[in-house]
Design a protein. Sequence first.
Length: 531
Amino acid sequence: MTADSFFKRNTQPGDEPSLAAPLPIPAHIGPYKIEALLERGGMSIIYLGTHPEKGEPIIIKVLSPKFIQQPEAVKRFLNEAEIIALADHPNIVKLYNYGEWENGLYIAMEFVQGITLRQYLLRHPLSLKKALEITIDIAYALCHLHTHGIIHRDLKPENILIDETESVKVIDFGIAQLLTEQEGASKEAKQHVIGTPIYMSPEQREHPNQVSFSSDIYSLGIITYELALGKLSHGQVHLSLVPKGLHKILYKTLQQRPEDRYQDIVDFIADLSGYLNSEALEKEKKGGDFLSDFSDQLKKAQRLLEPATAPSWPSVEIGIAIHKGMGVTIGHYHDFLELENKKYAIVLGSCTTRGAEELVCNAVLRGLCHSLARINATTEEFATHLNTLIIQDHMKQIFSFACLFLEPENNQARYISCGYGNLWKISVGLDHPSVIGTPNLALGIDINSRFVEEVIPWQNGDVFIINTFAASNQKFTAENDFTESHFRDAIQEFIHAPPQKQVESILRKIKILSPQQANQQSFPIISVKLQ
């Protein structure tokens, strides 16, 4: 077998994706309500479920029915659960439960809202400093595993998640092994290549079940090399491409003979941390590091346009939940404005442009809204003035915009939406939400646009829920994606919850029903209750 054909082969027997007919989705697996099918592999099926007590999304992995009668497959499946149970670390996926259900075996694990390290590498510019910080987090996870006698055996970018806060989570322990298991490994098992060839140590290719901690360290060395370069290696490693200070560390990490490598991940962490905090790192920064630094600066600037804390307004209780997507979009603008005569406004907006320009445009929108807040105007007048200023400005941009004016002393609210979706109202004493829509053009299109507002009577106990979903639902139209009807159902489910708990619960529901779409978007959900 040639080296090229080896690196292209499948690595786990029976793990080829199944092309069988669609599976019916069970209502429950064990105590967990099943929301959706996420993935169907060769030996397992992944569902998205709901934790019965916390109401949080949860991953349910079940052994495919055709493997239930195969002792080796059952053993490997249960082995994964038992190994995750031994691990309790912030950089390792958390186990909730495992056991039997009517159709076989299941494992219930933490749901991580994020993307794989592979996807992260392809989407985000990485500075050398950031690359080393991610590596050290992975190394700490390995250190925890090795302390418990666990060898991962399949460490690769696809088995490492980066969540919304850019924290690391190591996943997939399907072929992980306890050192005590090696003596009992069968001859038949030794014939199988177990792992992923590109990231696999030489000894693991030759003797899959005769591996040690240094085999994991080798795999981490390949990942470190890719992170330092900012791209996937595809099995080609040239240490001359990495900075000099990192070269000697990777040279030791990637030695062909296990005894010549780091024997303890702690030593690897110590050397890498020493380099990370050294003057040499500053001198050896990659030429493209400024892109990563600039990206981090954009994220910090974006937080100024997304206040996460609700104001304390008299007679009003506000809940706010902000979802941070993992996509390349910068985000949106929302704000809480105090007007004259004890009136208040919640404004939301976003520019149709994407990237750094979007951030600048949303910042301009914020400045215009703050200026207009000083005049005593209706939402119609506010939108008209804003539209005129945007069209007259040299930006030549189009903005989606929504505004909810609150007049607690008059028990009245005014709402206008320009390119965004509906406002939802929960009237006191009723058990279902009603929808309030104002189908106006987005701002920046026509200077002669006439905007129509909705004036809404408001009494103590009434609740408004406002969001930035597109009026045409263009962001939520694909099959199985989150729709307006889903949003209505989510409101209905948490209709009597206090504002803060309500928006947090609705956001969790969005993540459950549409995890892939949620990954790509950033949006707020705001609930307002008149007291």
